[in-house]
Ligand binder design. Structure first.
Ligand SMILES: Cc1cc2nc3c(=O)[nH]c(=O)nc-3n(C[C@H](O)[C@H](O)[C@H](O)COP(=O)(O)OP(=O)(O)OC[C@H]3O[C@@H](n4cnc5c(N)ncnc54)[C@H](O)[C@@H]3O)c2cc1C
Length: 229
């Protein structure tokens, strides 16, 4: 991790290193919280941030953090380096924007702005399992008590982690409160087109989780935000 630019993490960095980084826990608490939910210590000792991003499991925590934090992926191939925004990097199930001869060399995750609120919520059957559904949320609260710069990312429910733009629009500029969070949760549930269904959870259950976890996540994120002037 690079303390000067604060956010560049080499692809080979293990999750254990991310978990133990004082810089990450203080300046990128969303990434830190998500890391603690990845598998178990044995998994985090061996698994890398680059491996998780490149693998692009729909239920993995890191793609959701990357999109919520507006991260950038540094990619290297035969024709040189290029930068891909996280939102464009994750394409669909286990598929990224990496070309066959390219590798991911670095992930640049901006540190959270001072006073930002954040929340990482997920539900899995047992601690360490892949999530049946989850959200990564960042936002700010202005002096009037309104939400700004809201990013709501849902994962584990569709082919890839995805921003829930309709719900973001509902929350942006509005006064915080349970009623607003409930409307956003409903919007997220409505925005999901074709929820995953498998042995772990039905499509309806995942849609329900998306609603509940969005409400909870927004409440948590607002509670953590420091009101900005
Ligand atoms: C029991 C168990 C539980 C787990 N639970 C979770 C969980 O809850 N959440 C979660 O997110 N993950 C979970 N994982 C996955 C784990 O987090 C791994 O980190 C992840 O699969 C990637 O592993 P890796 O870094 O060793 O990459 P590899 O397994 O080595 O690579 C994964 C894929 O990405 C490619 N790849 C790797 N690095 C790069 C790179 N730099 N550039 C281009 N391609 C690359 C590889 O070729 C391969 O196709 C779990 C795994 C296990 C075994």
């Amino acid at each position: 991790m690079n303390a000067t630019t604060d956010s560049e993490i080499g692809a080979m960095t293990t999750k254990r290193s991310v978990e133990r980084s004082a810089l990450v826990s203080s300046r990128q608490p969303l990434l830190h919280a998500a890391t603690l939910l990845v598998g178990h210590p044995q998994i985090r000792n061996r698994g890398t941030i680059g491996g998780s991003m490149a693998h692009a499991d729909p239920a993995a925590e890191y793609p959701a953090v990357a999109i919520a934090s507006d991260a950038e992926m540094q990619v290297l191939g035969p024709h040189g380096e290029r930068t891909v925004k996280a939102e464009d990097f994750f394409v669909t199930y286990l598929t990224t924007a990496l070309e066959p001869a390219e590798i991911l060399i670095e992930v640049s995750i901006p540190m959270l702005a001072e006073g930002s609120g954040w929340a990482f919520t997920e539900l899995s059957r047992r601690h360490g399992d892949f999530a049946m559904a989850g959200t990564a949320i960042t936002l700010s609260v202005d002096a009037a008590g309104s939400c700004t710069d809201v990013r709501i990312v849902l994962f584990g429910v569709g082919p890839t982690a995805t921003r829930m733009r309709e719900a973001e629009q509902i929350v942006n500029g509005e006064s915080v409160g349970e009623e607003l969070f409930a409307r956003a949760g409903t919007a997220v549930a409505d925005e999901i087109t074709d929820p995953l269904a498998d042995v772990h959870a039905t499509a309806d259950y995942r849609r329900h989780l998306a609603d509940v976890l969005t409400r909870r996540g927004l409440a948590e994120a607002v509670a953590r935000a420091t009101v900005s002037p």
